[in-house]
Design a protein around this ligand. Structure first.
Ligand code: FES
Ligand SMILES: [Fe+2]
Length: 435
């Protein structure tokens, strides 16, 4: 065995594909040491999603976030380039910005007044009169940049590690699904004003597991009840919802896209009630029927490992996952939409977002409750193994299918949306990065 491999980590995922045996130890959700290793090996060693370009559209805009445990701030400079800096003053470490976002030509440190422009160039307050020794004048007083900041079609990613594959290689097949989203408008996407920031007392990985369609009816039964009442017209509420009352009988699927990225999709019968219905013809004319089918007729949940969920289901949302401790996760969710979309579509999108997504919607609180129940259940540490990754194993297929061939991608596995085997790809990537 490679001596660099950590046997504890290696033993925490059982992956015997030939026998269909896949289990994950509950330690990976509950062990603080494993969590610390995840921060170092997954979040601080590879690409992570930082922001959408529309969240800092103008010169001198900035947007604060974090990579693993490290606070960073993205800044758009005078020329329009986006750079990412550690959000820490080189002097004594105060955060350069304590605000989430804004616009500033110059950032003055709140502690001793050093000033940094939007390209990160620093100026020491009273440097000439400060009786500094020569060595100090030789020091670089600029903000320190992270190793890589790159953008794929408006989605900005960063890596603290300089020795990583290119962003294109990292995203791989997942780019196709970002393209479908971005090409739903001739003008690309924009994040709308406003945000939901909330927390979940559960491990970060459960956020991704929870895209399975299997949990929908048990967890969201009250939502289904409301849906059925509205369909009867009894409630007086005319807002249309995605009809997922028959999830197991509608076209659906999921793909393991590689590098931990996953997508699942379904084609409900009433997509005419969705925002893209108003733009479908335009997409057909500009991009063709295949793109229109994927962007307008199909709901999609796209995991960009390890920290982005891009969902176009009941409405469209960008959900950023920020692990804080082994059993505590911060979430930032935004409504992301086609720029300049048809005003009727935009209205539907806004109302469906409020209705279903976000911490005040009809779905997220129920999802939060079950994820937190799982985390409390993990305290029963005598029960070590999770059995929840086998549903659909006998119907999955290695490689792609007709759907992926039409899209021109080569996934590692294809399955149904109601299955839970989509998790395998995420844990394979997890294992690869953790050992
Ligand atoms: S900590 Fe920033 S100027 Fe002193
Ligand atoms: Fe859910």
């Amino acid at each position: 065995m490679d001596t660099r491999v950590n046997p504890d980590i290696l033993g925490s995922v059982v992956d015997n594909a030939d026998e269909g045996h896949f289990e994950v130890s509950r330690r990976v959700f509950a062990d603080p040491d494993i969590f610390q290793r995840e921060i170092k090996h997954i979040f601080e060693s590879n690409w992570v999603f930082l922001a959408h370009a529309s969240q800092l559209p103008n010169p001198h805009d900035y947007f604060a976030t974090q990579i693993g445990s490290q606070p960073v701030v993205l800044m758009r400079d005078e020329q329009g380039n986006v750079n990412t800096f550690y959000n820490a003053c080189p002097h004594r470490g105060a955060q350069i910005t304590t605000c989430k976002h804004g616009n500033k030509r110059k950032h003055m440190c709140i502690y001793h007044g050093w000033v940094f422009d939007s390209a990160g160039n620093g100026a020491v307050d009273q440097q000439d009169s400060g009786n500094y020794p020569d060595y100090f004048h030789q020091l670089d007083h600029n903000l320190r940049q992270i190793a890589h900041t790159e953008t794929y079609r408006g989605f900005i990613f960063g890596s603290l590690n300089g020795d990583v594959q290119t962003l294109d290689e990292h995203l791989g097949n997942a780019r196709r699904f970002i393209d479908i989203y971005v090409d739903s408008s001739p003008d690309g996407l924009e994040v709308l004003k406003g945000a939901h920031h909330y927390t979940c007392q559960a491990n970060w990985k459960i956020q991704f597991e929870n895209i399975d369609g299997y949990h929908f009816f048990p967890v969201h039964s009250s939502y289904v009840g409301v849906m059925l009442e509205r369909m009867k017209g009894a409630s007086g509420n005319t807002l249309k919802m995605v009809d997922v009352t028959n999830l197991s009988d509608i076209p659906s699927g999921s793909f393991d896209l590689g590098n931990g990225h996953i997508v699942d999709w379904a084609e409900p019968p009433n997509m005419g009630d969705r925002p893209m219905a108003f733009s479908r013809d335009e997409v057909v004319q500009r991009k063709g029927e295949l793109e229109a089918r994927w962007s307008a007729d199909r709901i999609r949940n796209l995991v960009i490992y390890p920290n982005l969920l891009l969902m176009d289901n009941a409405s469209s949302t960008l959900r950023k996952i920020i692990p804080k401790s082994v059993g505590f996760t911060q979430l930032e969710t935004y409504l992301i939409a086609p720029k300049n979309e048809d005003s009727r579509g935009r209205q539907v999108r806004l109302r469906q977002y409020e209705d279903f997504l976000g911490p005040c919607g009809q779905a997220t609180p129920d999802d939060q409750a079950v994820m937190e129940a799982c985390q409390r259940g993990f305290e029963a540490s005598d029960v070590e193994w999770q059995q929840g990754y086998s549903r659909g194993r006998n119907s999955w297929q290695e490689g792609g299918n007709e759907e992926s061939a039409a899209l021109g991608i080569e996934p590692f596995y294809s399955s149904l949306q109601q299955n839970e085997t989509f998790c395998h790809g995420m844990y394979r990537q997890w294992l690869k990065m953790m050992v």
